[in-house]
Write a protein of this length. Sequence first.
Length: 333
Amino acid sequence: MHCQDDGDLFVATRMPAYAAEDMIRRQRLLTELQSAPPPPISAAQWINSSEPLRLEQLHGKVVLLDFWGQWCQPCVKKLPVLEEWHRKFRDRGLVVIGIHSSDQADHLSEFVAKSNVSFPVCVDDGATAKAYGIDSWPTYVLIDKTGRVVAGPANVPPSDVELETLIGDAHDPVPSMSDMLRLGYNDFDQKPGSDWRALADRKRYLDAARAIERYLSGMATLDVRQKANLHFHAAQCLAFDGQATSIENALAHLTKACVEPEPTDFPIRWNDYVTATSAFLKKDLAALKAARERIAAGPTQDGEAANLDVVDRLLARFGKPYAEAYEAANRSH
């Protein structure tokens, strides 16, 4: 059964068992791919590239992997679209890589030239498709500037809007992992205009969230409170982005932002504040009101309930996009 929430109307449509299983498999695979650096490309031959491309060397660029075959008509029909993206976005940091199936790769160089394909193409030795769980063609995988899989494996390519969002401003690159890890927690997270905040200020919310995620994964000296703050800020960035998948990821970060047991020296009821944000994103008005009451009854920060103002704005604009409600809260101060 496939369910869809269309506002006041909850729609359920019956889905064949094999389709449901495939959907679950793909979601599980995406989760696994997102939890670690993307598998390397293992290729027997490269075309339109003077040397083999390594994903770790493409940090700071958006990478689109196209698993295809010259024997696959749907694959071939999409080549002009990929070529158009390659020409349109390459100077802004998009790298398109065609990964041809290990099957029927004879005379591929001639086929690529005849098809007017100028982006890099390689012949998979079989290991790459296996690592990405590819069992149908074409399949697309999208990797963001921080080196994290953000979409796919999917049989439908990303949209222009998705690519534009990930590419952002070519003159404002995502900080490298080594640069971020040189910063202490206060410089990275608390300083105005710092790494992720600079990206968020330019409304590059996905890049900001990915930067925080990379910092969380690489900085081993963070304490409980610091990790909680970072997860919360990553959730906020994703909530500002507002896409359905971003909201799901925001809720996952909010779960990690809660601290059990909650330290007694927290200036506010931190877990309730996190719960209020989660309730807003889940559109659970009762839970949002209950969290607000607990925050109001708890300790204040320097004698003032400043954070309660934000929660009140979330209540006043319940059902609106998070960005609209939160920015309204900022304008009220």
